[in-house]
Design a protein around this ligand. Structure first.
Ligand code: COA
Length: 343
């Protein structure tokens, strides 16, 4: 599925960005003490140096509220018409987490709902919010990506425990026109449901509960077939970015910053190579935060701005890929906005 906007057309425009990371930093050395792994393996195979994990008692909504409050402050607004929350780790299987987040942010009785597209969730949530705005249903929407993967990781699985981190990021999108800086210029979204087992939590849903066979306790944890996921991530994000760039009329060489889902630095470099974007333009912050799934894109955007790697006027392309499989890309000219982080 794809959309692009003409310059006069109503569009969703980025007005503020906020992020939050839980205080606790988990280093590669700490994980190496209880798992058969090493700082050298994790750094050389993934690029990850550390990640943040929430402390006991902290749920996804707690991180989402912190990031959401910072995004609202950054945008200088106290109200929105809707809240769209992307997460793989909702507070409860039922109800959705977004209504509780909206209530705790003092946003009243606005529509608030969750979007589930695993690591592609933030782009899907932004596309949903953008569609509400372009259709005239909403003037201003708070989009949040928040995760507590530490709650779903198998502590004995070195192939996933070293990769994922917790965190949250949020943006305020507001109605404007496609010619303004900050306008989301189009989306390319896709999924392939023929490969659901590459990334999954096998138990805990209706499929397992409808099965009389008792599940293995490890089936309640997150699982990933890393090698196969790697290849799909590069190819699907590559095709998605190329399709988006063609439709919005940007050459790969004109992209100032490629903000890909922070899963593995080798994926980010392979994606840049495939597109013909210089590797130096592929932003990397997974060394600091690991793979934060639906929070990955806004956390990367905020760090890129704070590092001076994204400046007003830059052509920025975002692309994400995750379980489902699901993927998506969007692009904007970076606006003059406030970014408020917790770190
Ligand atoms: N420490 C040490 N060794 C490890 C390890 C760890 N944490 N995790 C796996 N290994 C071992 C494996 O057991 C394997 O050993 P073997 O050769 O004896 O069988 C070896 O390292 C290579 O494993 P492999 O899975 O082939 O490694 P890889 O180079 O593919 O890297 C990932 C693994 C997970 C880092 C990589 O596949 C990846 O990043 N995948 C994509 C993740 C992603 O994109 N997620 C996005 C969607 S959420």
């Amino acid at each position: 599925m794809s959309t692009t906007l003409q310059s006069q057309q109503r569009a969703a425009v980025l007005k503020g960005l906020g992020t939050f990371l839980p205080e606790r930093v988990v280093t590669n050395e700490e994980l190496s003490q209880r798992l058969e792994t090493s700082d050298e393996w994790i750094r050389s195979r993934t690029g990850i140096g550390q990640r943040h994990w929430a402390s006991p008692g902290t749920a996804t909504s707690d991180l989402a509220v912190e990031a959401g409050a910072r995004a609202l402050k950054a945008a200088g607004c106290q109200s929105v018409d809707a809240v769209v929350l992307a997460t793989t780790t909702p507070d409860h299987p039922c109800p959705a987490t977004a209504p509780a987040v909206a209530a705790r942010l003092g946003l009243g009785t606005v529509p608030a709902f969750d979007v589930g597209a695993v690591c592609a969730g933030f782009v899907y949530a932004a596309a949903t919010a953008s569609s509400l705005i372009v259709a005239g249903v909403a003037e201003r929407v708070l989009v949040i990506g928040a995760e507590t993967y530490s709650t779903i990781l198998n502590p004995e699985d070195r192939t996933t425990s070293v990769i994922f981190g917790d965190g949250a990021g949020a943006m305020v999108l507001q109605a404007g026109t496609a010619r303004e800086a900050g306008a989301l210029l189009g989306f390319d979204l896709g999924s392939d449901g023929s490969l659901p087992g590459l990334i999954s939590i096998p138990a805990g849903g209706s499929r397992q509960k409808s099965d009389p066979t008792p599940p293995d306790p490890s089936d309640f944890y997150f699982t990933m077939q890393g090698k196969q996921v790697f290849a799909h991530a590069v190819n699907k994000m590559g095709d998605s970015c190329a399709a988006l760039l063609e439709r919005i009329g940007w050459s790969a060489q004109s992209v100032d910053r490629l903000v890909g889902h922070q899963a593995n630095v080798r994926i980010l470099h392979a994606l840049a190579d495939l597109l013909g974007v210089e590797r130096a333009r592929a932003f990397v912050n997974l060394d600091r935060v690991g793979n934060t799934s639906a929070a990955s894109i806004p956390l990367a955007l905020a760090d890129a701005v704070e590092d001076g790697e994204i400046r007003a006027g830059d052509r920025v392309v975002m692309s994400a890929f995750g379980g489902g499989l699901a993927w998506g890309s969007t692009a904007l000219l970076w606006p003059e906005i406030n970014v408020i982080t917790s770190h």
